[in-house]
Design a protein around this ligand. Sequence first.
Ligand SMILES: [Zn+2]
Ligand SMILES: [Zn+2]
Length: 299
Amino acid sequence: YRQFHQIGVEAIGSDRPTVDAEVIDLLWALMVEEFRIPDLQLRLNSIGDAACRPTIRDRLSCYMADRSSELCPDCRGRLIRNPLRIMDCKQAGCQHLVAQAPKPLESLCEACAAHFAEVRGLLDLLKIPYIIDERLVRGLEYYTKTAFEIINPRLGAQNALAGGGRYDGLIESMGGPATPAMGFAIGLERVIASLPPIQEEAALRGVYVATIGQEAQRAGMGLLQELRRRGIRGLMDLEARSLKGQMRQANKERVRYCLIVGDDELRRGQAMLRDMVKADQAAVALDRIVECLMGLEGV
Ligand SMILES: [Zn+2]
Ligand SMILES: [Zn+2]
């Protein structure tokens, strides 16, 4: 037993390939642009409809019936109940047979083939890359035409993050009026397992005013106030830490610049401005310091 959560989209009422393309585009944009999951694959197939599914199924079961001794025990059962499901069996022996078996796409009726061609053309137009995967099938009768999955190849065996397609037969099979529909479901837990790490720490920003001596600390407070009033992120030591302690604090606060004011510099009307990224420093005139900082990157 495994608890899981899904987000789904259902577009009910149209059998047009434009709907298939729009629904896939919505999912692809969500996964690639919003969630920013790398290396995803869109796998695409068509599994036909009530008109051509019997042919698809018959051709596959004839082929497999002649070779049933090579099938795994599960697939021998599927051969009777649901031969299409042999297509996605993971057993090596069955996969070997499936590789040579008649594929659903070869037996599509004219309407299904045209629908699939149009879906593919629209995905090309929308620049959504896809891989035709003829092993992508559905076990239930009400699924029709387009079937697709989004795969994260990095996840191992359980790598489908989302799956969907048409189910033009569902509403009718539940006793409703014949109503085409198209949708998908996203498996949230697998999406969360695929999310890229939160982007690296924010860039260094702002100014730390480090002071040496009481006079310098008073002057520093004045500077700090002016910086903050100009919208600059400004910090300083309000205790009486050593210069080393202040520099440590500046590093911890991830500031871009340190303005070092000592009593001696103060008398000369200067301060040292240290760029924490470039690790260089220069003397700057105190009466020009704010103006100078305003022009710098990372302030
Ligand atoms: Zn099998
Ligand atoms: Zn068909």
